[in-house]
Design a protein around this ligand. Structure first.
Ligand SMILES: NC(=O)C1=CN([C@@H]2O[C@H](COP(=O)(O)OP(=O)(O)OC[C@H]3O[C@@H](n4cnc5c(N)ncnc54)[C@H](O)[C@@H]3O)[C@@H](O)[C@H]2O)[C@@H](O)CC1
Ligand SMILES: [K+]
Length: 482
């Protein structure tokens, strides 16, 4: 599991750790890790030209001490001081003592740099880059240098992943002690490049429940259902899929495709697309009457491609099975009906659907994904999976870590991929996973299946994503054993 903590938590943990260490020790650990990561990225240090962008706080201090270490190993290091009268004095002395210098002409230094260390602002920053930093950040980005962000890309918000002004896009970020939520959540995540975590001994001081967490192969392997010797198809769980319409029969087929690969012992399909479903998946149990008469299920998936046929939603919400509501099913969703449920409920909107539920503009959801998913979970008293480039899964209890899916790929932005995801997550619900685990494991398998299918750089279809779930499942189980 990769975990991320918010700034306040990091500050408290750092204070507790610093109280037990000699002064400056923590910054030295950070700088040593940062310098080592730069050396790794560059492949060599001697003769390399490095520009440090140094702001007014300790983030700049980290850059200066790392620069000093690299200068001692033969790099030519120049510091661009953005706030010369408030520069970290110890760091500056270390740099000049090691042969580094202060840049007279920042633009000339940046034009020839091989590597730029962005130490403008770290966790103490508020808002985007200030006007004086913007031309310098643009010159860095316009150069041929590799840009390494210190702790986080300057101008991005550590806690939320929001980018309110201009920020400096990095090729890599070296972060200290723990990930920050913004490094895992778009839009800030896109600015971070490859993220490396430097251990500065903070773990023991951090709370065990992070703000945000991301599953890895072994976590998924641990959560995946496994049938036992006594299992029969009913004990493995039955998932009911209420999807599709005369206009969108394919949504039913794709949701069933996902449901068949999520570990449930049987899939019931209820709706008007029985012929299309049976033609592809003869193993499906089909029913054309109301869902309540379809037979026992442990979970329902309702919504994909329903069009105007959303009349089944209240009936399904009134059942005592776990319920996943997606797509058209999210229209006119009654918060009271959702709140009143005792069985798990998972809502799976994309940004547009989430915006409609929250009655805000889509852009507002996209720019503040973490706040939006938390607000939806709070309002509906349900688990919410907000789809997108970094899919988030929030529990209605705000003290529970929000899961962020690290396995997305832009290739998943293709018609029908959400239908596969909802079937898959609903199937995992039927096997007994709670809503947060079912949603986050489904998003992970779905993303991994898409990545594997698109590994040769060619576009993929939602059908292929469904087909790829088995391979993704296997990769997690095999990877999880190591
Ligand atoms: N606290 C600690 O023990 C450690 C901190 N470390 C480093 O210290 C950083 C935090 O240092 P600070 O608390 O000094 O804060 P920062 O260095 O992140 O920045 C704070 C300074 O930037 C200014 N500022 C705020 N928003 C700005 C903006 N938009 N544009 C320009 N300037 C802005 C503030 O006025 C303040 O002077 C971490 O991100 C990390 O890099 C590491 O050395 C590890 C140990
Ligand atoms: K930074």
């Amino acid at each position: 599991m990769r975990t991320a903590h918010c700034v306040d938590t990091v500050r408290t943990a750092e204070a507790a750790l610093m109280a037990r260490l000699p002064e400056g020790a923590l910054m030295q650990r950070a700088a040593a890790g940062l310098a080592a990561a730069c050396a790794d990225l560059l492949g060599r240090v001697y003769g390399v030209r490095i520009a440090l962008l140094v702001g007014s706080g300790d983030n700049g201090g980290d850059a200066l001490y790392a620069g000093a270490r690299l200068a001692r190993r033969g790099a030519g290091v120049s510091a661009v001081l953005l706030a010369p009268d408030r520069t970290h004095q110890g760091g500056l002395a270390a740099l000049t003592g090691a042969g580094g210098r202060i840049a007279d002409d920042p633009f000339a230094v940046l034009a020839t740099a091989d590597l730029v260390l962005d130490g403008i602002i770290g966790i103490g920053g508020r808002g985007g880059l200030r006007p004086d930093a913007i031309p310098i950040a643009r010159a860095a980005r316009g150069s041929n240098a590799v840009i390494v962000a210190v702790d986080l890309p300057s101008g991005t918000d550590a806690d939320s992943g929001e980018v309110t002004g201009e920020a400096l896009r990095a090729d890599a970020t070296v972060t200290f002690g723990t990930h920050k939520p913004g490094l895992l959540i778009d839009p800030a995540r896109e600015y971070a490049g490859t993220v490396r975590l430097v251990d500065i001994g903070l773990d023991a001081e951090l709370p065990s429940i992070p703000a945000v967490e991301a599953l890895q192969h072994e976590d998924v392997a641990r959560l995946l259902p496994r049938p036992s010797a006594e299992s029969d198809k009913y004990r493995r769980g039955v998932v009911g899929v209420v999807a599709g319409s005369a206009r969108y029969p394919g949504a039913a087929v794709l949701a069933v495709a996902g449901a068949l690969r999520g570990g449930a012992g049987a899939v019931r399909y209820v709706g008007p697309a029985t012929e299309a479903v049976i033609a592809r998946f003869p193993e499906t149990l089909v029913h054309t009457g109301p869902p309540a008469k379809a037979g026992r299920v442990q979970s329902w998936v309702v919504g994909p491609g329903l069009g105007e046929g959303i009349g089944a939603v209240p009936e399904i919400l009134a059942s005592d099975a776990a319920v996943l509501v997606d797509a058209d099913g999210l229209r006119q969703l009654d918060p009271e009906a959702v709140r009143g449920r005792s069985a798990p409920t998972l809502l799976t909107p994309h940004a547009g659907e989430a915006a409609a539920l929250l009655e805000v503009a889509r852009e507002e959801v996209e720019s503040a994904r973490l706040a939006s998913v938390r607000e939806l979970a709070r309002r509906y008293g349900a688990t919410v999976l907000l789809k997108g480039s970094t899919t988030l899964v929030a529990d209605p209890d705000p003290s529970v870590a929000v899961r962020v899916n690290p396995m997305g790929t832009p290739w998943l932005a293709t018609a029908g991929s959400g239908d596969v995801l909802s079937g898959l997550a609903g199937s995992l619900l039927a096997t007994g996973l709670n809503a947060r685990d079912a949603g986050s494991v489904a998003a992970y398998l779905h993303g991994l299946a898409a990545r594997r299918a698109a590994a040769d750089g060619t576009p993929i279809t939602s059908w292929e994503v469904g087909e790829g779930v088995r391979g993704a499942w296997g990769a997690c189980v095999l990877g999880g054993r190591t």
